[in-house]
Write a protein of this length. Structure first.
Length: 471
């Protein structure tokens, strides 16, 4: 892809982000977008469950610019004199509620059922209505809690459990799928036609987070998620960071909330597409003769995992290679000093960390100085990285920074830990996964279980290839 094409794509994505932000500010839904497409006689293969982002992705650059120009037309906005109030927001709606294959009565029944299920949750019943700020949206609602950020989370979990029970007892056409976004933030309270109305950043972000959801996802923005994760181990286990997504005001970090009893682990294509369209990073100045990844479960309760990465490096640049870059991550927020990071060379000499990026609680990145530079085309230099990080998701992904001739994975766990030993390879640009070949070798020993897998010789591993190990 040429630089100009990449620049055009990024420009289009920025315009889409602007449009989504203005739609939020003007309280316009995807129905407005569909109306614009109809007005311009544009035909696209849009499903009834498509959200505003997915609709815009189907539009031409010219139409996207036209929609942005329409939305930017001057509107007189009066200054709001009142102070804001910070609330903890729960935003929910029904997926595909406007499906033309459903009768209006069927749609209304689903809306009534959703409202009734929310009313019956303990979180809602225990609240006095005068202490709740509720905004109805036709096929959903936003509820603002004034006292605790845990209440939107508890309400989401209770509602999901109740909905699973409801869906198991009704016909397929009557089943309800929902999406939920939660966030903490301020809103303005203003006088409206029928009384007091409210709108502001907290509510807007909660809705944007919800709009990113697929069926039965519970998504949280970083603002509320980080606070909730710090309150209890139970919250840490169910809240999973899935990366950044560009919105009008910058990148929004999203967490997916799920367990076996609620939520949905699968993320929608909107996030996969956004991630795949990021500009390709500069490839490193080295490649691998071989890579070995080792995982050892040292505590089966906390899923504390000792990671060992062994790189056999070859310099492919014109200049001597003086440093190596690493990026590591885990399932729970950790300070870098608690990770027991150790990097050594082939002589077991400890290597110095030159730069360190620790701004993200679930990711750390650093450059390591080599004891001796690796000359051009010099091969066979061994670098070993070790660190400890909890992995309660029991799922580890490794992405290659450069191509490699060989790849080996070895895993060790206490004997009493049930193991599913699934190994998958991520299919580029699709987000799908497939089982690796050949199958792994498993040994059940007296005190531990050992798993070893090695890529076949014909397996051509390239930069950005990703493998996922589940245990």
């Amino acid at each position: 892809m040429s630089k100009s094409n990449g620049s055009n794509k990024r420009d289009i994505m920025k315009k889409i982000a602007q449009i989504l932000g203005i739609l939020e500010e003007k309280n316009l839904s995807k129905d407005w977008l569909l109306g614009e497409l109809k007005r311009h006689k544009i035909k696209t293969d849009i499903s009834v469950s498509s959200n505003s982002y997915e609709i815009l992705k189907k539009c031409s650059p010219e139409l996207i610019q036209k929609i942005l120009d329409i939305l930017k037309e001057d509107v007189v906005i009066k200054d709001v004199k009142t102070l804001t109030r910070a609330l903890h927001w729960f935003f929910v709606d029904i997926v595909s509620s406007s499906d033309p294959n459903l009768s209006v009565k069927s749609q209304a029944r689903k809306i009534y059922a959703l409202n009734e299920l929310i009313r019956r949750t303990d979180t809602f019943k225990k609240e006095k209505l005068e202490y709740l700020d509720i905004l109805t949206t036709g096929d959903g609602m936003a509820i603002g809690f004034s006292d605790s950020p845990e209440k939107p989370l508890h309400l989401a979990i209770e509602l999901h459990k109740a909905l699973r029970k409801f869906n198991s007892a009704v016909k397929e056409k009557d089943k309800i799928n929902i999406r939920i976004g939660i966030e903490s933030g301020p809103v303005y309270f203003m006088k409206g036609i029928k009384g007091e109305i409210f709108w502001g950043p907290g509510l807007i972000v909660a809705k944007r987070v919800m709009d990113l959801c697929g069926p039965n996802n519970i998504f949280a923005a970083e603002g509320i998620a980080r606070g909730l994760r710090g309150l209890s181990e139970e919250n840490k286990v169910i809240m999973h960071q899935i990366g950044e997504h560009e919105i009008k005001f910058g990148a929004l970090v999203i967490y997916n909330i799920y367990s076996k009893e609620f939520g949905n682990k699968t993320i929608p294509d909107i996030l996969k597409i956004s991630k795949s369209e990021e500009p390709n990073p500069k490839l490193p100045d080295f490649e691998f003769n071989s890579v070995e990844i080792g995982l050892e479960i040292t505590d089966s309760k906390s899923m504390m995992t000792h990671h060992t990465w062994i790189w056999n490096v070859k310099n492919i640049s014109k200049d001597p290679l003086k440093a190596i870059y690493y990026g590591i991550g885990g399932d729970l927020p950790r300070d870098f000093g608690d990770l027991n990071v150790k990097i050594t060379d082939e002589n077991n000499k400890k290597l110095e960390i030159l730069t360190l990026d620790v701004n993200k609680p679930l990711q750390k990145a650093f450059h390591v100085k080599l004891t001796k530079p690796i000359r051009r085309n010099q091969s066979g230099r061994i670098i070993k990285l070790e660190y400890d990080w909890e992995e309660p998701d029991r799922n580890f992904e490794y992405t290659f920074s450069s191509k490699s001739k060989k790849f080996k994975y070895f895993f060790t766990a206490p004997k009493d830990l049930p193991i599913k030993h699934r190994m998958l390879e991520v299919i580029k640009n699709l987000g799908d996964k497939q089982r690796v070949e050949p199958p792994s070798k498993v040994k059940y020993l007296e005190d531990r279980t050992e798993i070893v897998w090695e890529a076949a010789k014909k397996h051509n591993i390239q930069a950005n290839d990703t493998f996922e190990f589940q245990w």
